[in-house]
Design a protein. Structure first.
Length: 88
């Protein structure tokens, strides 16, 4: 191989490296944008999960209140029935 052929090969390799470097930078930029989108979607999911937990908490409180409303009349009814039973 003579010097000119080596110079041509070196130039070809440098061109290939420049193209690879450009592709790498483009991919890195695309990854950065995708990470930004992922962060925003994660924020939305966390907010949704907190909203669901709040809804469940309200539902549990309403259920407890409903049981409380049912429990006391049932206790008083049973107590009244017991008193009426012993009156006879």
């Amino acid at each position: 191989m003579n010097v000119e052929e080596r110079l041509v090969k070196i130039e070809d390799r440098m061109t290939a490296v420049e193209l690879d470097l450009g592709e790498t930078v483009r991919c890195q930029h695309e990854n950065t944008l995708n990470i930004g989108v992922l962060i925003e979607e994660t924020k939305d999911l966390v907010k949704l999960q907190k909203n669901i937990q709040g809804t469940i908490s309200v539902g549990v409180a309403a259920q407890r209140f409903g049981l409380w409303l049912i429990k006391w009349p049932a206790i008083f009814t049973a107590f009244y029935a017991l008193i009426e039973y012993f009156k006879k």
